[in-house]
Ligand binder design. Sequence first.
Ligand SMILES: Nc1nc2c(ncn2[C@@H]2O[C@H](COP(=O)(O)OP(=O)(O)OP(=O)(O)O)[C@@H](O)[C@H]2O)c(=O)[nH]1
Ligand SMILES: [Mg+2]
Length: 284
Amino acid sequence: MEGLKNTLEYLLTPSAPIFIVGALIVLLVPILVHFFVVRTTPYTTLPTILLVGPSGAGKTSLLTLVERGDKTVPTHTSQTPQPVELTVSAGGAVQSFRETAKEDAPGMHKKFLLMDTPGHGKLRKFAMDRVNTQDSLKGIMFVLDAAALDENLPATGSYLYDVLLALQKRMGAGKTSRGPSSIHVLIAANKSDLFTALPVSLVKSNLEAELGRIRKSKSKGLLDSGVGADDVGNEESDNWLGTYGAEKFSFSQMREFDLEVDIVGGSVLEGKVDKWWKWISARV
Ligand SMILES: Nc1nc2c(ncn2[C@@H]2O[C@H](COP(=O)(O)OP(=O)(O)OP(=O)(O)O)[C@@H](O)[C@H]2O)c(=O)[nH]1
Ligand SMILES: [Mg+2]
């Protein structure tokens, strides 16, 4: 009892050691909490551009190009998502964070994350999880190989369909609760350097036709059976990509859901990626 009283008296009497310990606690606790929060929630605050698309399209090559300025680094099929911290300057140039730090004054550029994901069919949940829920998601780059689209059309189309439908559902949910204001999608038709590469207009029409086909086959033929759109259950219209009941699919139908879809050609190999950077700089 006596000991407790003495301790309390010591703690409550103003003295130099007590002030110093108190000041240290007041100063250090917020700093420690800051580092704890930053460490436990990595990369959720920076605006994020997600790289998705089928295997072999050139996602990792694009990341390597901007990160190291090297077009010839060999890549492997990716197995895990890989974020890279980049900056975009006022002029729209995208560069790695390290280079920016050397040349530009701080404040002249914005930081963002470019997130590479594996394109292999079994590893797409990494990408889809982020498409579905990531708060800091500002845009999605769907990279495809324009030179091999003919062979890859079914696989590429079904991945794109999944991404767009997930986004559409996400935006639809945003109308009732707190959701993203708008998410832009860039279809990057890569490998334009190859002579077999399809021009952007053909990439677009092929994809639209393929998405229309997938949409039709998933609708279980209800629309064809003469049942009016009003009689069909909610689930049916919720799983319909684009304008409900429309005969043909076009990317412009995604505007109904505040989703803007652009298609731009380019080539990582030749460093023709300026238009893609421009698109990114408008997003972050
Ligand atoms: N000709 C040509 N080849 C390219 C271009 N971009 C990438 N490639 C090649 O395409 C191959 C696949 O590129 P990656 O970047 O590994 O493909 P990815 O999209 O990351 O594939 P996953 O990791 O499996 O999802 C590599 O051999 C690249 O060198 C391009 O613009 N032109
Ligand atoms: Mg890869």
